[in-house]
Design a protein around this ligand. Sequence first.
Ligand code: PNS
Length: 163
Amino acid sequence: MRRAVCPGSFDPIHKGHLEIIERASKLYDVVHVAVLINRNKQGMFTVEERIGLIEEVTVPFGNVVVESHHGLLVDYCRDRGIPAIIKGLRAVSDFDYELQMAQMNHGLTGVETLFLPTSPTYSFLSSTLVKEVASYGGDVSHLLPETVHRRLVDRIAERKAEQ
Ligand code: PNS
């Protein structure tokens, strides 16, 4: 079985992420989507909610496993015999930090990082921007899978009602 991992925060998953996962799923027998837990970051969605959303929208690919992980990505890869990390590159500005992480990860355990160029349609897209625009009432429906968009709009409304 040829395995690869698409890691990230996925708070929430957007169409740019999904496009990379779909392309990875055509290259590998099994694609793991690892939701990395950062306890210092308060998310819009809980890790369990993020996993549920990713599972729902990746079902059509047929070979995607979604899990959370607290700790180093290289440990996740080593524990599961995953030799490759797949990352989407949106723009040159992504490259510096991604290269740094790829070199660090390779130095730690020998795990390889492969970069896929993001579709130009989504090269500006990030979960942070989507949340910001949506929280001010902007339309981000074309940037998220339908179910994720619905949940985001609901969550923002819940948060506003609590304030
Ligand atoms: O979606 P993000 O937040 O850009 O993803 C970044 C992520 C989670 C892939 C990266 O921060 C990561 O790999 N975190 C796990 C902890 C780790 O291994 N840190 C060392 C990186 S060299």
